[in-house]
Design a protein around this ligand. Structure first.
Ligand code: NAG
Ligand code: NAG
Ligand code: NAG
Ligand code: NAG
Length: 478
C-alpha cells in the first residue's frame, strides 16, 4: 500500500469549523502561556477550552448521528474489515464518512493529487510487483505480458517525467488545464470511489482506453486492499476476452483483461477490444454470461482509431473524410447499437467515450507513418466545423450515440490542446499524467450529471493556503 503521511486529519463538517480551529488553537496556546503565570485564575478557562478543541479534532455528530461513533481507518484492508468506519485515504487525505459523505481534503501540495505521480506519492515497484513470480520483470524471458501480473501505478513506464527528463510536460499540462478552469485540485479519489462503490467499473476499448484505465486504477489505489490484480472471469473464459495482440520483445502476445479489487465489493477492470465487432462477438456476451450482476455495473467504452486500416479515407496530404454509410466503422457501430437494444436488461449503465484526437504532422490524423514531431490542431484552432465537431471518427459516430450509451464522455475539445505530451515516438498515446488523468475528471462529471453510479454528497474543501483559484463548490443535492 501507499505510504502513510502525517496524522489523521480532522473530519470537519464545515468550513466554519476550520476557520474557528486556528484562532481557538492560538487562543489556547496564549492561555496556556498565561496559565504559567496566573495558573489558579485561568485554569478554569483552559479546562473549558480543551473539550471544545477536542470536539473539533474528533468526528462530530452529523444529523444522521453516524459520525460520532465512527472510528476512522486509514487503510483499505482495515476498512474492509470495519465497513462501519469512516475512511481517510492515506496519501490523498480525502475522507469518506460512515454515512458515505465525501470530505475533500485541504490540498496543500502544489500539484493536484490527480496529477501527482511522483515517487513519494506512488506505491513502489516492490509494492506493486512484489507478488509477481519471476520471470515477468523487464527481461524478455517471459511466458506472458509482464503487466498481466504486475503494474498498478507502473503505467508501463510511460511517465512524462522519465521520458522527458526535467521538461515538466505534465506540470505544464496541469497548469494549462487549471488555467482553462478544470478544478483538478477539487477532484478526489474518495468522490470517484463513492460513485462506483459496490460495482465494477468496466473500461472496454483499444490501447487508448487501456492507458486511460491505468490512470483510473492508480487514482483509486488507496482503496485497494491489495495491489495484486485479478481476472474478471473464470480462467477458462479468459482467452475469449483476449481479442487483441500486443507486440512485446519482438513477439505478439494476447492481451487478457485485468481488474483491481477495491474495498466493499467495488472493482475496476479493463478489457481490450479494438473494434465494435469484437465487443459484440466476444466481449459483451462473455461478460453477460460469466460476470454475476454485470447488469448493475458501469461501463465506459470507445472504438474508432483501429478502423483507420479499413476506413482511413485520407489523402496523401492527410486530409481525412468522415467514414460514410458503407464504412466498416458505421456498420459495426450499428451492430453494437442493435446488440445493446436487444440485451438492454443484461448490460450495465454505459458511457460512450469520444475517440481521442491525434496530433500527427499535417491534419493531426495518423495516415500510416509514425512521427515524433507532434503538432497542434490548426483546423480546430481556426474553428473548422469538422475539427470542432470531434474529427472524422466522432462526427461519424454521433448519430449512433443514443443507441450506444446512456451518456457521452466528451473528451475531444479538452484533449485537442494537449498536443505536447504524447509519447516520444508517436502522436497518439500520451505520457502520464496528461490527457488520461483529465478524462477521469470528465468521467466523474458526466457520471454525476447523468445520474450514472451512486449519488455522492461532497463537502467543499477548506480554502487552500496558496490559492490559484477559488475552490469550486461541488455540493450536490441530497
Ligand atoms: C506529491 O505528493 C507527495 C506525497 O503526498 C508530496 O509529498 C509532494 O509534495 C507532492 N508533489 C507536488 C509537486 O505537489
Ligand atoms: C527463462 O525462464 C525459465 C523459467 O524461469 C528458466 O528455466 C530459464 O532458464 C530461463 N531462460 C533464460 C535464457 O534465462
Ligand atoms: C471515402 O470517401 C469517398 C468520397 O468522399 C466516399 O464516397 C466514400 O464513401 C468514403 N469511403 C468510406 C469507406 O467511408
Ligand atoms: C467542441 O466545442 C464546440 C464549441 O466550441 C462545440 O460546438 C462542439 O460540439 C464541441 N465538440 C465536441 C466533439 O464535443
Amino acid at each position: 500500500m501507499a505510504r502513510q503521511q502525517g496524522p489523521s486529519p480532522q473530519l470537519k463538517r464545515s468550513q466554519e469549523a476550520a476557520s474557528y480551529a486556528v484562532p481557538a488553537i492560538v487562543a489556547a496556546l496564549a492561555l496556556v502561556a498565561l496559565g504559567r503565570i496566573a495558573a489558579p485564575l485561568l485554569r478554569g478557562q483552559v479546562e473549558q477550552l480543551l473539550p471544545a478543541l477536542q470536539r473539533r479534532h474528533m468526528p462530530t455528530a452529523s444529523s444522521s448521528g453516524q459520525w460520532s461513533s465512527a472510528e476512522v481507518v486509514q487503510t483499505a484492508a482495515e476498512w474492509k474489515q470495519k465497513p462501519g468506519s469512516a475512511f481517510t485515504a492515506p496519501v490523498s487525505r480525502c475522507s469518506i464518512a460512515a454515512d458515505g459523505e465525501v470530505q475533500l481534503r485541504t490540498p496543500n501540495t502544489e500539484l493536484p493529487f490527480l496529477f501527482n505521480l511522483s515517487s513519494e506519492a506512488l506505491p513502489s515497484k516492490a509494492q506493486s510487483c512484489g507478488h509477481c513470480d519471476a520471470p515477468v520483470g523487464d527481461a524478455c524471458n517471459i511466458t506472458r505480458l509482464p503487466h498481466t501480473c504486475c503494474g498498478v501505478c507502473q503505467f508501463d513506464s510511460r511517465f512524462c517525467s522519465r521520458l522527458y527528463k526535467g521538461e515538466g510536460r505534465s506540470e505544464a499540462a496541469a497548469q494549462q488545464l487549471l488555467a482553462a478552469g478544470f478544478p483538478l485540485h477539487d477532484f478526489t479519489p474518495c468522490e470517484l470511489f463513492q460513485r462506483i462503490r459496490g460495482r465494477t467499473l468496466w473500461f472496454v476499448g483499444d490501447s487508448q482506453t487501456w492507458h486511460f484505465y491505468y490512470a483510473l486504477e492508480c487514482f483509486l489505489r488507496e482503496f485497494a486492499p491489495s495491489l495484486r490484480r485479478s481476472d474478471p472471469v473464470p480462467a477458462p473464459h479468459m482467452p475469449v476476452l483476449a481479442t487483441a495482440r500486443q507486440m512485446y520483445c519482438k513477439k505478439w502476445w494476447p492481451v487478457p483483461p485485468e481488474c483491481l479489487e477495491l474495498a466493499h465489493g467495488t472493482r475496476v477492470c479493463i478489457v481490450r477490444a479494438d473494434t465494435a465487432g469484437e465487443m459484440v462477438r466476444a466481449v459483451l456476451p462473455t461478460l453477460m454470461e460469466h460476470v454475476p450482476g454485470f447488469q448493475h455495473d458501469l461501463m465506459v467504452y470507445n472504438t474508432g482509431l483501429h478502423y483507420q486500416e479499413f476506413d482511413g479515407n485520407c489523402t496523401s496530404t492527410g486530409v481525412c473524410e468522415v467514414p460514410g454509410p458503407g464504412s466498416k466503422y458505421l456498420q459495426e457501430l450499428e451492430e453494437l447499437g442493435a446488440f445493446r437494444a436487444a440485451n438492454r436488461g443484461s448490460l450495465p449503465a454505459t458511457v460512450w467515450m469520444d475517440t481521442p484526437p491525434q496530433h500527427f504532422p499535417g491534419t493531426g490524423y495518423y495516415v500510416g507513418e509514425f512521427h515524433a514531431d507532434c503538432v497542434p490542431w490548426k483546423a480546430w484552432q481556426r474553428g473548422d466545423a469538422l475539427a470542432r465537431g470531434g474529427g472524422m471518427w466522432n462526427v461519424a459516430a454521433r448519430p449512433y450515440l443514443d443507441q450506444l450509451a446512456d451518456a457521452h464522455l466528451r473528451t475531444w475539445n479538452a484533449s485537442v490542446p494537449l498536443w505536447d505530451s504524447h509519447m516520444p515516438d508517436e502522436c497518439t498515446h500520451w505520457c502520464q499524467p496528461s490527457a488520461y488523468h483529465l478524462w477521469l475528471l470528465l468521467l466523474n462529471d458526466v457520471m454525476r450529471q447523468s445520474g450514472i453510479g451512486g449519488r455522492v454528497l461532497v463537502e467543499p474543501a477548506a480554502p487552500r493556503p496558496q490559492l490559484r483559484r477559488r475552490p469550486a463548490q461541488q455540493l450536490e443535492g441530497v
